[in-house]
Ligand binder design. Structure first.
Ligand code: PLP
Length: 443
């Protein structure tokens, strides 16, 4: 019998080598219940979306009630309260003039929308700015534009000929005890200034995952860097685009990374935590200045983009509930950084771990694989393996064994990270770290 259901094709899965997927029966708070009765802690918030824990009653109730009233309606020439109220709450949470909320369905499309808006913004102002500046190690999603703006890796290799060109700058990632980052930041900023001086009016925008690069290996940069970036962006008149698909909704200890860094981008994309992990909904929020260039009777200046499920009312009421819960859970997501820091401190001399780092609710460490005969690709977990076949890759081993330790982990290559939901207690976080220590004994 095949390990997969005969009618399913799973994402991000090397089909022939992957283990049989575990069936999940139910989820409640931090816990997932498997078909075989085992219960595990969801230490990665189910691909980073589940901000307040599974089946939070407040969001469940909001969706149930809305589904009895209006499940969906076309969102051109028609509008509805949930879309308006959620947009108000999002705009209120964001700094300054980030006021225009454009809904779509997932993080990738939120970034596509951001790129299309930025590109057309300059067109509407009578300029051709054909290029974007992006960062090495970036991940913005799997659609063609999002792939083009991201790190080229085994994920994108096959499509290389179809991707458009962008300029890449290094991402100045840092960790506890690193004292080189200031210099590296200055070099990157100098390179950026050179690009903008040499080719003025060429770049539509600078695109970055602020404070944390997620899929690229939980790489963390400093607030200072974003402030420098912002300064250059203003100085040279480009657009600053923040991909907060992962960092949004409390992940960095504040509502958004832009607030923590005290930087106001021109466009911000959000998705994962927007509905608390209940429904696929995303938003691209543009500044008033950008919106104004599209406010016209000219069809050429119109933003011709939309999806059949745009502003789905069920997603919008989930987003409203999530915004309300952000107030309630503020004491947790603003404190979790300290909890992580205390736990990381205990692991600081662990022989298998290096580059300990923490930001808000996210903690990460690199597993030292130097003594092992494995090849490490930081952007994937699946293709990383020991060619001799005796030992599988670190990531695969951890993925296989973590369930026996009562916790769901999913390392990115040799990067082990925790990103728990905000219902997690201090005690439960400790248990996750104990599970990690035990796991490291085994591999
Ligand atoms: C997950 C992610 C995306 C893509 O979002 P999807 O909803 O998976 O399409 C884009 N950018 C970042 C930073 C992400 O973490």
């Amino acid at each position: 019998m095949s390990k997969f259901h005969r009618n399913l094709w799973y994402p991000f899965t090397i089909l022939k080598d992957a283990p049989k997927p575990l069936k999940v029966k139910s989820g409640k708070g931090l816990w997932l219940e498997l078909e075989d009765g085992r219960e595990i802690m969801d230490a990665i918030s189910s691909w980073w979306v589940n901000t307040f824990g599974h089946a939070h009653p407040k969001i469940t109730q909001a969706i149930t009630q809305q589904s009895e009233k209006l499940e969906h309606v076309v969102f051109a020439n028609f509008t509805h309260d949930p879309a308006e109220q959620a947009a108000e709450m999002i705009a209120d949470a964001l700094p300054g003039s980030l006021n225009r909320v454009f809904y779509s369905d997932d993080g990738s499309t939120a970034m596509e929308v951001a790129m299309k808006m930025a590109y057309q913004y300059w067109k509407n102002k009578g300029q051709d700015r054909p290029k974007f500046i992006c960062f090495e190690g970036a991940y913005h999603g799997d659609t063609f534009g999002a792939m083009s703006a991201g790190e080229r890796s085994v994920f994108t290799n096959v499509f290389q000929d179809l991707l458009f060109d962008v300029e890449f700058l290094p991402y100045p990632d840092t960790w506890i005890g690193d004292n080189t980052v200031g210099d590296r930041e200055d070099e990157i900023i100098a390179e950026l200034e050179m690009m903008l001086t040499d080719n003025p009016e060429t770049y539509a925008g600078i695109m970055i995952e602020p404070l944390v690069q997620g899929a690229g290996g939980m790489k963390m940069c400093r607030e200072d860097f974003l402030q420098k970036l912002h300064w250059v962006n203003r100085q040279y008149n480009t657009l600053l685009i923040f991909d907060e698909v992962m960092t949004g909704f409390g992940r960095t200890g504040d509502w958004f990374a832009c607030q923590r860094a005290q930087v106001e981008p021109d466009i911000i994309a959000m998705a994962k935590g927007l509905t608390g992990g209940f429904l696929p909904l995303s938003a691209t929020v543009a500044s008033d200045d950008i919106y104004d260039t599209f406010y016209s009777s000219d069809p050429e200046k119109t933003f011709w983009h939309g999806h059949s499920y745009t502003a789905n009312p069920l997603g919008c009421v989930a987003a409203i509930a999530a915004c309300e819960l952000m107030e309630e859970y503020e004491p947790v997501y603003s404190t979790m950084e300290q909890w992580h820091a205390d736990e990381l401190h205990k692991l600081r001399d662990h022989p298998r771990l290096k580059k300990h780092r923490v930001l808000g609710t996210i903690a990460a460490m690199d597993i030292d694989t130097e003594n092992r005969d494995v090849e490490v690709d930081p952007y994937t977990s699946e293709v990383l393996r020991d060619e001799d076949g005796y030992l599988n890759s670190v990531a695969d081993e951890i993925k296989k064994r973590c369930v026996d330790h009562g916790v769901l982990l999913r390392p990115l290559g040799n990067v082990l990270y925790l990103m728990p939901p905000y219902c997690t207690t201090r005690e439960q976080l400790s248990q996750m770290y104990s599970a990690i220590t035990d796991l490291l004994e085994e591999i």
